[in-house]
Design a protein around this ligand. Structure first.
Ligand code: HEC
Ligand code: HEC
Length: 485
């Protein structure tokens, strides 16, 4: 039996709760009425809907290809994904090999005396294939609209995709995997021939010790040896920064969870696994900034040489400090711009007190020596340079207009520029950082995605894109100048 008192009490409660919820609804309605009504789309742009819908090659793609479907054991699923990856690998590599052969002559041309800093021969081009009936001279004379309508822009000058673009992630060259087997992946392998990569290991030059030359002494700086190699040459803050730069931290493809692309669980990837000896040996991944997956850009690892003198960082990000980029790499780039996966796989959030240690170390790295450049102007020393190099310099600062975006001493203008390749029927990349050209002979392949395999390709590229109408001798001179930087 419910007593009368209790009943009154319950009725009161209902009344009070009811009143409150009525008030709440009313308040919400009035707030909603304050907002402007949602305007329907006046003109739908079907291209936008199409772009979002098509992840990759017309297939609806979400990055989470190896997540377990609901109700399925994730580890079991991961094992299935891994065996599938392994089984499909030969086909994936074959597809990329065909793509590269369709774009480039991949035979390795070199010339005696034309080397990188430590003596590896520089690859000589141009390597990009031309369409039937076209020569470099003909192409150089054509107008943009003509190149576009006749579809003769070289495929090798358009975007270079990742080996397995639908998955992406970090990929390391075989020469490095030989020394560090932990960097091997089950699903992909590095695609470009060794000829078109920087020397391994690259030399290290300290701004504080130019008289010592290469302080790496031919070793790859890693967690095993950094203390032995650099203690006594750098400050303790810098050495601590270096410790963090060679420490492996979890990342999308290399981590200790079942959901990874390395055969064995991995502690992750170190900054200097990609920026080997503060330079690069062609390691690549996809940029975290762009969606859908198909439109993400392959990014060829940039050198960290001479960063002390650069005002913006990243080809798209334009971050204003080395500290910010350092933090961005681990929090964002390591996980493809997906913070949920970062939490799942164990993102290492570097203490903001330690980020400057890492930056201080990175800021001590110099460009390789350039014997022919005048220290006061960053331009050629007339007594040391050859007539061909001098001609190249004149073109660079004159007719070829390279100086508009590449100014000494680092040969950058610290700006982003949109080359608008869509004018020629290629993919639109939007604004990109003017990369530095100091020490450029050490850094093939060229451009953010490594699409240009040689300096000859880079000059042919700008000859078309800037409509320069250079002749054969002028192009050769320009390349000779770039090699002297
Ligand atoms: C895939 C291998 C890879 C790893 C690992 C990696 N980076 Fe990078 N790094 C890149 C690439 C690629 C770029 C160029 C990014 C771009 O063009 O937007 C870059 C750019 C940078 C830059 C900017 C250079 C400039 O001036 O534009 C800095 C600084 C940097 N990385 C630091 C780090 C640090 C610190 C770590 C470790 C937390 C790290 N990187 C780990 C590949 C890597
Ligand atoms: C309008 C500005 C602009 C002009 C003019 C220009 N460049 Fe560049 N340069 C860039 C940008 C932007 C990039 C990066 C493009 C990318 O990665 O997509 C670049 C990249 C390069 C690279 C590759 C650098 C690397 O590290 O991969 C080379 C080499 C180069 N330029 C040489 C030249 C030469 C030679 C000329 C003159 C014939 C020239 N550039 C004219 C803006 C310019």
């Amino acid at each position: 039996m419910i007593s009368k008192d209790k009943l009154t009490w319950m009725v009161m409660c209902f009344v009070v709760v009811g009143a409150f919820s009525w008030l709440w609804e009313a308040a919400r309605d009035s707030m909603a009425q304050d907002r402007a009504p949602v305007k329907p789309r006046e003109k739908a742009n079907p291209a936008i809907d199409e772009t979002k819908k098509k992840g990759f090659d017309g297939v609806d793609f979400s990055y989470d290809v190896f997540g377990a479907p609901p109700g399925q054991d994730p580890e079991e699923n991961a094992r299935k994904v891994m065996s599938k990856d392994l089984a499909e690998k030969p086909k994936v590599l074959e597809r990329q090999k065909k793509l590269l052969n369709d774009r480039y002559h991949l035979d390795c041309r070199t010339a005696s005396g034309v080397t990188m800093t430590k003596g590896k021969p520089q690859p000589i081009g141009p390597t990009a294939h031309l369409k039937d009936g076209i020569t470099w001279d003909k192409l150089g004379q054509m107008e943009a609209e003509d190149i576009k309508s006749k579809k003769v822009f070289p495929a090798g000058f358009d975007r270079l995709p990742h080996v397995k673009h639908e998955v992406g992630g970090m990929v390391f060259p075989q020469i490095q995997i030989k020394q560090f087997p932990r960097l091997d992946r089950v699903d992909v392998e590095f695609d470009l021939p060794d000829c078109f990569l920087p020397e391994f290991p690259p030399p290290i030059f300290l701004t504080t010790h130019p008289e010592l030359g290469d302080v790496s002494q031919g070793e790859v700086v890693s967690a095993d040896n950094f203390d032995r190699i650099l203690r006594g040459l750098v400050t303790s803050v810098q050495l601590d920064g270096l410790r963090l730069l060679v420490t492996q931290f979890p990342q999308e493809e290399f981590n200790a969870t079942h959901d990874r692309k390395s055969l064995k669980p991995s502690l992750g990837v170190a900054c200097l696994d990609c920026h080997v000896n503060f330079h690069s040996t062609g390691q690549f991944h996809l940029n975290p900034d762009t969606r859908p997956q198909r439109d993400r850009m392959r990014l060829d690892t940039v050198s960290l040489r001479g960063m002390f003198n650069q005002q913006i960082h990243g080809s798209k990000r334009s971050l204003r400090s080395v500290e910010d980029f350092t933090e961005f790499e681990q929090r964002t780039a390591y996980f493809n711009g997906d913070q949920i996966r970062a939490i799942k796989k164990g993102v290492n959030v570097i203490d903001r007190l330690l980020v400057p240690h890492m930056a201080q170390m990175q800021n001590m790295i110099d460009f390789p020596p350039a014997a022919k450049l005048d220290p006061m102007t960053g331009r050629l020393n007339r007594k040391k340079a050859s007539p061909q190099e001098m001609q190249g310099e004149d073109l660079f600062f004159g007719k070829a207009r390279c100086v508009a975006c590449h100014q000494p001493p680092a040969y950058t203008d610290h700006q982003m520029h949109d080359l608008q390749l869509e004018r020629f029927g290629a993919h639109a990349d939007g604004p990109m950082k003017s990369f530095v050209l100091r020490g450029i002979k050490d850094s093939p392949p060229y451009f953010h995605d490594g699409r240009l395999l040689t300096l000859e390709d880079a000059v042919e590229f700008f000859n078309i894109v800037s409509e320069l109408r250079l002749n054969k001798d002028e192009k050769a001179a320009l390349v000779a100048f770039l090699r002297a930087l």
